[in-house]
Design a protein around this ligand. Structure first.
Ligand code: ZN
Length: 247
């Protein structure tokens, strides 16, 4: 799985072998936790990504709706349950503080998935939980978790790409709609991933949809092979061929 790969919710559940019903999943695996995030306008929580540093600012979650708490949006986000145990907010908050104070040597490793639209998810890679804070939001306090991208980490079979290649969500959605959720070479709708027409290393931008397209795994690998083998001046021709092939 590579950063910016996209897949259905069913694929996500299959890949993690877990029914991810909640957004925050502390130590769902011995080696890592999972956050599900969204940058959509109508998302329930205000997550954000700093496009320069790649830092993810993830909002904690509300008190569950109960008889005693009918409007969770007006109460502080809880770190303990009524029984006195830690909520998911509390577990992550404690870990962030322990790391910050040097009690915990390693930062909590968190794997992040982003919801692009209903049923469509994107893999954002691994992050380290380096800090957390209560922040005033209107009349109540919400928790913000600060996650630093892990640039290159090999965990099992997973290899992350550098996070400076992250494509903003609005570009992803634009590309997804334009390419109709299919590989632009063969029309496949599975194992898709966002591909830079002109590689990032050669100055291609991920900030506009023009330079980004959907490719299936097979065609993405084919392209990588060709780029490795071809001389730079041939590459320009190959890219023009790709662009023509799209139409
Ligand atoms: Zn394809």
């Amino acid at each position: 799985m590579k950063v910016d790969d996209i897949f259905s919710y069913a694929d996500l559940v299959h890949a993690e072998k877990a029914n991810l019903q909640r957004g925050m999943n502390f130590r769902i695996r011995p080696a890592y936790s999972i956050f599900l995030m969204s940058l959509r306008k109508n998302a329930p929580y205000q997550d954000a990504v700093d496009q320069v540093t790649g830092t993810l600012i993830y909002e904690g979650h509300n008190h569950p709706k109960t008889q005693r708490c009918r409007n969770p949006k007006v109460v502080d986000q809880p770190i303990v349950t009524p029984k006195g145990t830690l909520t998911e907010n509390g577990k992550f908050f404690t870990s962030a503080m322990n790391f910050k104070n040097g009690v915990q040597k390693k930062a909590e490793l968190i794997k992040v998935y982003e919801k692009l639209q209903d049923g469509i998810w994107s893999y954002k890679g691994f992050f380290e939980l380096v800090d957390a804070a209560f922040v005033q939001s209107g009349r109540r306090k919400v928790i913000k978790f600060y996650l630093r991208p892990v640039l290159k980490k090999s965990i099992g079979q997973i290899e992350d790409l550098p996070h400076n290649r992250l494509i903003p969500s609005h570009v992803k959605l634009e590309v997804w709609k334009r390419d109709r959720g299919c590989c632009v070479r063969c029309g496949a709708s599975k194992n898709l991933h966002y591909d830079h027409d002109i590689p990032f290393s050669k100055g291609g931008s991920s900030l506009t949809a023009e330079n980004v397209r959907l490719l299936c795994v097979k065609h993405n690998l084919e392209k990588s092979d060709r780029i490795m083998c071809l001389m730079p001046w041939v590459l320009v021709g190959a890219q023009t061929a790709f662009q023509l092939g799209r139409k």
